[in-house]
Design a protein around this ligand. Structure first.
Ligand SMILES: Cc1cc2nc3c(=O)[nH]c(=O)nc-3n(C[C@H](O)[C@H](O)[C@H](O)COP(=O)(O)OP(=O)(O)OC[C@H]3O[C@@H](n4cnc5c(N)ncnc54)[C@H](O)[C@@H]3O)c2cc1C
Length: 285
């Protein structure tokens, strides 16, 4: 059990983790593939104080090295769900589970809207996790809708399990097995009668029993039902506290302006307030 779990390993999450470690709290940061981070893809940042003309990749690496040096535990993966139970939060990370007393959401902005049929068939053929659900589809036709950088590897894993995989994405995948057909399409639609039966990708219809939608991020309201949003961003007060006790948010997911300095500053506040929250509940147990 960690004192604090941070979801997202961008500037906000790493800043929060460093501050919470400075208060001697145990901290786990869960983040996806670096290649999915907007900062990683930004060749030049001109407005981060003290680091003119730094590349986003270098800045991120410095943030990460700082967090590592402070003893922050890090795990690569996607948090799919957070369940509060008493004074503990349970996080499902792929097929694994972690526990923490407080949560800091630092997931950045989730731009993608759900695809038609996605919510309707979730758990009835639609899955967000190849490791968790792949075995259910051995010998069956499945489609991987690849949005995250590690999606080709997940598709390869499903094929090796014995699934018959088709890969759909808006851009050619890097590292996909040559025996997996690739269909280029920006938008998809999931269809069926009570369960998934096909995926429409542009003008192509692919019959299938499973659809794995692999995005880098999960929308906050899907991560933690009950979270109050404001114009699509997580509603927070000046302590970066959300509507759910013990859950804080920082950075792009908590609102405009979408900038590194603001993410780092909010991360600091969230880290300190989450550490205080953990102190408070530890004394009241
Ligand atoms: C092209 C471009 C140029 C930019 N230029 C500048 C600039 O010059 N100056 C500036 O200040 N800002 C700039 N920005 C904005 C800046 O990148 C963001 O404001 C900053 O990265 C926000 O930090 P964050 O920590 O809130 O979120 P992010 O950096 O987005 O980090 C969030 C991380 O959380 C991960 N994540 C999300 N959901 C989950 C989950 N469920 N489980 C695990 N991990 C998850 C995401 O994959 C991501 O890696 C630019 C952005 C873009 C796209």
């Amino acid at each position: 059990m960690y004192d604090i779990a941070v979801i997202g390993s961008g500037p906000a999450g790493l800043s929060a983790a460093v501050q919470a470690r400075a208060r001697n709290r145990s901290v786990l940061v869960v983040g996806g593939d670096d290649r999915d981070n907007p900062l990683y893809k930004t060749p030049r940042i001109d407005n981060y104080l003290g680091f003119p003309q730094v590349s986003g990749k270098e800045l991120l690496e410095r943030f990460r090295a700082h967090a590592d040096g402070m003893g922050v535990a890090r795990k690569e993966g996607r948090v799919l769900n957070i369940m509060p139970m008493g004074d503990t939060f349970y996080l499902s990370i792929g097929s694994e589970m972690e526990q923490a007393r407080a949560i800091i959401l630092a997931t950045g902005v989730v731009w993608a809207n759900k695809y038609p049929g996605e919510a309707e068939y979730l758990g009835r053929g639609v899955s967000y996790c190849a490791t968790c659900d792949g075995m259910l589809y051995r010998g069956k036709e499945v489609v991987v809708v690849g949005k995250a950088a590690d999606a080709p590897q997940e598709a390869n894993y499903l094929q090796e399990l014995g699934c018959k995989v088709t890969y759909v994405s808006d851009k050619a995948p890097d590292g996909l097995r040559p025996d997996i057909p690739f269909v280029k399409a920006p938008k998809v639609e999931i269809t069926g009668e009570g369960k998934v039966e096909a995926l429409r990708a542009g003008s192509t219809t692919i019959p299938c029993e499973g659809v794995f939608i692999l995005r880098p991020s999960v929308a906050p309201a899907d991560l933690l039902p009950g979270l109050v949003l404001d114009n699509g961003y997580i509603q927070v007060d000046r302590n970066m506290a959300t509507s759910v006790p013990g859950v804080f948010a920082a950075g792009d997911c908590a609102g405009l302006p979408l900038q590194v300095s603001k993410a780092v500053g909010e991360g600091l506040v969230a880290g300190l307030r989450a550490a205080e929250y953990v102190d408070h509940i530890s004394h009241s147990i």
